[in-house]
Ligand binder design. Sequence first.
Ligand code: A2P
Length: 293
Amino acid sequence: MITDVPAVELNSGTSIPQLGLGVWQATNDETERAVLSAIDDAGYRHIDTAAAYGNEEGVGRALAATSVAREDLYVTTKLWNADQGFEPAQAAFDKSLSLLGLDYVDLYLIHWPLQNDERLLRTWDALEAIAESGRAKAIGVCNFEPHHLQLLVDRGGTLPAVDQVELHPHLTQHAIREVAGKHGIAVESWSPLGGTSNSGWGKASKPNTLLSDPVIAGIAERHGKSPAQVLIRWHLSNGLIVIPKSVNPERIAQNIDVFGFDLTDADLQEIATLDDGVRVGIHPDEMNLGAPE
Ligand code: A2P
């Protein structure tokens, strides 16, 4: 069991385990089993869910069943698009807490920025109030492009602790990482293994090719590791927070067994050639699914 995942210090004054379990596209029952296996068998201490995944209840059941203490676990959830706005966001947060069976989350994120900056700012006001109440130890955002981050910088007040974005060797997101770094905002990678061919939310412009990429396979062979382990190590080596999704206990264990090797400069240079800017998910500026009128 791996229990020594490094922690990343956040601008909120709290810290987050650099590697966690993602649970997108898993049912409540699958999620419950995956989270329990991750915590109890593999040593994960960080779980990343969202209201929109429909599996906060499954996460909650696993958290209730594990013997690992709440304060040793790190739980993230996210506000769905339909609940943006000051009051809707607060009500949605209460519902998430109740489904999770928790009295606080470690990190609460706005899931997508959408295309209404005024409403986005009111939503951020709500998250700030939630953080002030102590029920979210940190607040942050997902899928924010540099112009969205700038909106919060210009607003003043609390800056997001993290920006969770699609990020993998095909889409290394240099512009976002540069702006986030300048403001002390940590970057988290979603679809860190290149995602699935069925990305669900719009435009799967390209199926996952990273797990079968010959460059990744060659590096994996040299290190005696799997392609997924090489990809996860790449995120860690780049200082990114990484949340690979799996519901398979063997893959869950494999994905955290990434602390006994390191990529060489030559490996990193080879992986850098894979950046072609191709996404598996929708571009944040095009996402408006479920947005309030
Ligand atoms: P499964 O849940 O059946 O393990 P991402 O985190 O980039 O969204 O990728 C998740 C996809 O990769 C899921 O389809 C997941 O399937 C699969 N996956 C997760 N870990 C591994 C692994 N170690 N090897 C191969 N596929 C994996």
